[in-house]
Each structure stands twice: as structure tokens, then as C-alpha cells.
Design a protein around this ligand. Structure first.
Ligand code: HEM
Length: 419
């Protein structure tokens, strides 16, 4: 009965939502949550059908998303206090790009971003740097025989990588992480008015920092991602303006951090909690690749995202009205027994390991998928190569963050034989 959609799934279910998903897939694969007026889609075939029809199941733009009483309003509207609005007014107004844009604009932004990644020398050079950064982090705890691998490993690695790709010095990674965390506060539950103010301040600080970087690259282009994006042109020959560039950079920062951290943490957890899986990875390091894909499938860092219908739609045997809020649950689809044999088991021997919806599907498929895969593969490869006999630390609690749409461990203690 609460108006806050973040109470869509109760906390005790968020910790382990998979039985709940199975019940929905079985009994109500398109479930209308009346009090929030949201259609939750859990069956794999139905999720895929919706993702294949981006013109019928549209992305939410930022303004629609937060419109009081209209969008899924991820965060109570009253938190957008006059003080928050005043702070935001000092920055650039939100522009809808990538994940908050629809065709034809979306296609233009996506082409520019994908080109920037493949044309930039920084992104290309990152493999060696990811190895170096990974080993530096492992050096920090390898001698101790124990580590909390979320904060000591899975958090810093993706932030340092994306900071370098976007041209921020690694020493400033803590600031970068703060901006990243703060900018998603508004899409989290249980936010205090003070936290919301901090969040607005961080967004504006992020923008000011990158306005300077963008202007620098305009004056003196290099071979990095920002320089390539600054000089890119749309099909009509126009370049992206400052608001568009900032929106894209913000999405790359936010979408790439928390998710990759969650993937690395969850994959380590799922391997070490089952001794036979850990033994298989130690015996054959090429199994790391399967473990990363299995982490994306079985503990999808993005459990679900919203779409909206403009007109009445059919999804399989189900009718969805016009102007409906639709929640596509990748995390539930990924455990569908009609697609995956023994769907709840973490197996490093699946014949098609990357057959999952962990990065979405279709026109909005994750633009950072190759980078995230590379980071997670290197992280796990080096961790298992360097630390013998990795196992869960006894007596330490395993807890997931309390978020219905983002899944990741808050901490993960492991022991190993110190060298
Ligand atoms: C394990 C890590 C990651 C996961 C699980 C993940 C997941 C996803 C998913 C599910 C989508 C689809 C959104 C939709 O259907 O509306 C997506 C889109 C996106 N991701 Fe990722 N992502 C990850 C890493 C990254 C990284 C490293 C970056 C940036 C460098 C990134 C940037 C984006 C962007 C910009 C989009 C929007 C693409 C579009 O709408 O065209 N992601 N991601």
C-alpha cells in the first residue's frame, strides 16, 4: 500500500528473490502490481519479446521517470525540494541520451559512443592497465591471508578503469566514486532530504569538472574517448552539445561502476561458496570466462529496468494497456527453466555461457559489455592465479544491497593461503 515503488519487493525477498521470481514466472509472468500500477515481466520469452520491440516498449526519459504520480518515480517526489532544485539549476539541465532516449535520437548517440570506444587509443590500451591495476590491488591484501574483496578489490577496480578511460587521474578516483554513488541516490530507496542535497551537489560538481575537460579537449584534442566524442558528428553533420556530452559521460560513469563491482563480487562469491566450482576454476583457469558469464546470468547486477507503452500491447498471451509502466526483470528471465537447464545452479560448464540477459538485449544492449567482461575476467583470473585456496571466511555475514533493481554484495570476506 506504500506509494514508494522501492517497496515493490520486500527486503526479505530482495536478499534472495529467486523463489519469488519462480512463483511469478509460473503463475503470473506478466504481473500487474495494482498499488503501483506496474506490469512486472519475469518469463524469458516475454522479456525477450519486449526487448526486441523497442518501438512498442519505450525507454523512460529522465523527466517522465521522475514526474510525480506519472513515471515509476524512482524516489519520492517531495525529496526534490526547493534547495535541491536550486542546486541543480546551477548545473546543466538533464538531456535524454542513450538509456533515457528512444530512436531516432538514441541511434545517433549510440553510434557516436560505440565509435568513440573503438576509435579511442585509451580504451584500446586498457587491457595492460587493467592487469596492472588488478595486481596492485591484490598486492594490497595478498600477504594478509584474508580480505574483504568488495571494498578492497571489486569497488576500486572499475572506478580506476573508467576514470582512466575518461581521463581523470587515478588519484582522484575516490571523488569519482563519490560522484558515481551520489548520482544514483535518486534512484535508490530510503533517501533522506540531506542525502538528496549531497547528491545534487555531486551531480553539479561532476558537470563542472567535465565541462572543463570537454573544453580542454576541444582546444587540444588527444586520442582519448572524450576527444573522439567531442569531435564526432551526427548524421546531419552537427556535433554533440555540452548537455548531451555531459549526459553521456554521466551514464558511462554510473552504469559502469556499481554494476561491474557487483559482477566481480558476486562471481567470486558464487565460485568460492561451492568447493567443487572453486576446484574447477583452479584446475582450469579458462573456466573464469564461464564463471563471469554465469555471474551475469545467475546474479544479474541489473535485475530489472522499466519500459513504458504508448499504445496497447500484447506480450505473449497477455494484454498491456497504453501508457503502462512495464518492469522487465532480467534477473528472473535468467533463471527460467525453459531456457536454462538446472537454472539455479552456478555451473562453469554451460555450453552457451553468454546466453543470458545480464547486459540486456537489442537496441539498448549495454555499450560497456566488452569493457565489463574484460575487467571481470582479468580480476578473477589474477585473483585465482595469485591466491591459493580461496574460501569464505567463517562467521562473516553475506548481505546484498537493499535495492529491488540493482543486485550486489555489500561485503564479502574471504580467506586464502597467504604467500
Ligand atoms: C557488469 C557490468 C554491467 C552490467 C551488468 C550492465 C548492464 C546493462 C544493462 C542490463 C543495460 C541495458 C539497459 C536497458 O535495457 O535499458 C545496459 C546499458 C548500458 N550500459 Fe551497461 N552494464 C555494465 C557495465 C557497463 C559499463 C562498464 C559501461 C560504460 C563504460 C556501461 C554503460 C552502459 C550504457 C551507457 C548503457 C545504455 C545503452 C543504451 O541505452 O543504448 N555499462 N547495461
Amino acid at each position: 500500500s506504500s506509494p514508494n515503488p522501492f517497496e515493490l519487493i520486500p527486503p526479505e525477498i530482495i536478499e534472495d528473490p529467486y523463489e519469488f521470481y519462480a512463483m511469478l514466472r509460473e503463475n503470473a509472468p506478466v504481473f500487474h502490481v495494482e498499488e503501483h500500477d506496474i506490469y512486472v515481466v519475469t518469463r524469458h520469452d516475454l522479456c525477450l519479446d519486449a526487448l526486441k520491440r523497442p518501438g512498442d516498449f519505450l525507454q523512460w526519459t529522465g523527466a517522465e521517470m521522475f514526474a510525480p504520480g506519472e513515471g515509476p518515480a524512482l524516489g519520492p517526489a517531495e525529496l526534490w525540494s526547493p534547495e535541491v532544485r536550486e542546486i541543480m539549476s546551477r548545473g546543466f539541465e538533464n538531456v535524454n541520451t542513450l538509456v533515457t532516449a528512444n530512436a531516432p535520437e538514441h541511434t545517433e548517440y549510440r553510434t557516436i559512443v560505440l565509435n568513440a570506444f573503438s576509435a579511442s587509443r585509451t580504451a584500446e590500451r586498457m587491457t595492460d592497465r587493467i592487469y596492472e591495476l588488478t595486481d596492485e590491488l591484490i598486492d594490497g591484501f595478498a600477504g594478509k591471508g584474508t580480505a574483504e574483496v568488495v571494498s578492497e578489490f571489486a569497488v576500486p577496480l572499475p572506478v580506476k578503469v573508467i576514470a582512466e578511460i575518461l581521463g581523470v587521474p587515478p588519484e582522484e578516483y575516490a571523488t569519482f566514486k563519490r560522484w558515481s554513488d551520489d548520482s544514483i541516490v535518486a534512484i535508490g530507496g530510503g533517501v533522506t532530504p540531506q542525502r538528496m542535497i549531497e547528491s545534487a551537489e555531486s551531480i553539479v560538481e561532476f558537470q563542472q569538472y567535465f565541462v572543463e575537460k570537454i573544453n580542454e579537449r576541444r582546444a587540444h584534442p588527444t586520442d582519448d574517448v572524450i576527444s573522439v566524442m567531442v569531435s564526432a558528428k551526427r548524421s546531419d553533420g552537427t556535433p554533440l552539445d555540452m548537455g548531451e556530452l555531459l549526459s553521456i559521460l554521466m551514464q558511462m560513469l554510473v552504469a559502469g561502476n556499481e554494476t561491474t563491482t557487483s559482477l566481480i563480487g558476486s562471481a567470486i562469491w558464487r565460485i568460492v561458496r561451492e568447493p567443487e566450482v572453486a576446484a574447477a576454476v583452479y584446475a582450469d583457469p579458462t573456466k573464469v570466462k564461464n564463471a563471469v558469464e554465469e555471474g551475469l546470468r545467475i546474479e544479474a547486477p541489473v535485475q530489472g529496468l522499466f519500459r513504458r507503452t504508448q499504445s496497447e500491447q500484447k506480450l505473449g498471451e497477455f494484454e498491456i494497456p497504453a501508457n503502462a509502466k512495464v518492469l522487465i526483470m532480467y534477473g528472473a528471465a535468467n533463471r527460467d527453466g525453459n531456457v536454462y537447464e538446472d537454472p539455479d545452479s552456478f555451473s562453469v560448464c554451460r555450453p552457451k555461457p553468454s546466453n543470458h540477459l545480464g547486459f540486456g538485449f537489442g537496441s539498448h544492449f549495454c555499450v560497456g559489455a566488452a569493457l565489463a567482461r574484460k575487467e571481470a575476467n582479468i580480476a578473477l583470473e589474477r585473483l585465482f592465479a595469485r591466491l591459493p585456496n580461496l574460501r569464505l571466511t567463517e562467521g562473516k555475514e553475506i548481505r546484498h544491497q537493499m535495492h529491488p533493481l540493482l543486485r550486489g554484495l555489500t561485503q564479502l570476506w574471504v580467506d586464502f593461503d597467504a604467500k
